[in-house]
Ligand binder design. Structure first.
Ligand code: PBG
Length: 330
């Protein structure tokens, strides 16, 4: 048989590595860490096997566990002692993320990124201050839930309080219009010009966040987030969203979730020169675990393949609950 082209020649064991186009490294990953100010003990997160909410006193040891695997960056999420309509514990100097950040920064070499959002801190669970007059149950047909511009001032305070506590990078995740510009301005005014902003630039209104909302106790008590997070149907809109964040000074551009939105990741890779991050979210983690528990999938293999596909699509950094497991294996 005369066949000129035989791609199989390059799939032999001794050459596979040489022609491999994509590699994963532990330093590509950011590990999410949940610090819970309401507990003295570690609490397992049922829908995210292997993950826990840790008390403040164990924030440092939790981060040390991450560092031991070779992963160098963490994303801190906080569960506060109290919630109120404004989410005021989110910018408190003695707030859970502020305290955890101070400890982790002074006692470890971890690169500390903080999530800048209000949903874990507001009693209604939305990512900002509600529109005046809006009450529980009233919003089914409301055109808005969160008061965009009133929320910007809160986000500025949160970001500055995180930077003041020593955060290396802040990551606004609320999909509030103008959030990147507002935060950049506030950080600069307060002397934190060197703290980069990683924007959750294209964050979709996704059903894959379910387990996280249990973990961080951040589910909205009424309504949903479709008036601020993006419609899963839209791809061109993502480009517009992301371009705005880039113009407002975002240093890193994130797509979230990752696997159902790899088209967006690769589109951003082509369109922008910024580092692109992808958030392999809680539901993406939970579903692989659930299938593996049933014996239907090999967890290690599907985790690795998932992260590889995210990197291949064009992500430089990957936020993932698999960070430690996969890094250990690499
Ligand atoms: C909002 C925030 C969310 C996640 C990260 N930051 C939840 C949401 O928008 O409901 C989800 C992460 C995940 O599912 O892993 N502060």
């Amino acid at each position: 048989m005369e066949l000129t082209h035989r791609p199989r020649r390059l799939r032999q064991d001794r050459i596979r590595e040489l022609v491999s186009e994509t590699t994963l490294e532990a330093t590509d990953f950011i590990a999410p860490v949940f610090v819970d100010a309401t507990t003295d003990e570690r609490i397992a997160i049922e829908s995210m096997p292997g993950h826990e909410r840790v008390p403040l006193a164990e924030a440092v040891s939790r981060v040390e566990e991450v560092l031991e695997t070779g992963v160098e960056a963490v994303m801190l999420f906080g569960i506060p002692t109290e919630k109120d309509p404004q989410g005021s514990r989110a910018w408190a100097d003695d707030g859970v993320v502020q305290e955890a950040t101070r400890q982790v920064v002074s006692e470890t070499d971890a690169y500390v990124i903080t999530d800048v959002c209000l949903c874990e801190y507001t009693d209604h669970g939305h990512c900002g201050t509600l529109e005046a007059g809006l009450r529980e149950g009233e919003c089914a047909h409301a055109t808005e839930t969160v008061d965009n511009d009133a929320t910007l001032a809160s986000l500025e305070r949160i970001a500055v309080s995180h930077a003041e506590a020593g955060a290396d990078m802040v990551a606004p995740s609320g999909m509030i219009d103008g959030m990147v510009g507002a935060i950049r301005g506030a950080l600069d005014r307060e002397g934190h010009e060197d703290v980069p902003v990683m924007s959750y630039a294209a964050k979709y209104e996704s059903a894959f966040y379910g387990p996280f909302r249990d973990a961080a106790d951040g589910a909205p008590s009424f309504g949903d987030r479709r008036h601020y997070q993006m419609d899963p149907a839209n791809a061109r809109e993502a480009l517009r969203e992301v371009r705005l964040d880039a113009d407002e000074g975002a240093d890193v551009l994130m797509v979230k979730p990752a696997l159902p939105y790899l088209d967006i990741v690769s589109e951003l890779r082509r369109e922008f020169d910024h580092p692109i991050a992808a958030y392999n979210v809680s539901g993406e983690y939970a579903m692989l675990h659930a299938a593996a528990e049933k014996g239907w999938l090999d967890l290690e293999e599907v985790a690795l393949e998932s992260l590889l596909s995210i990197k291949r699509a064009g992500a430089d950094l990957i936020l993932t609950y698999f960070a430690e497991d996969v890094a250990r294996r690499l």
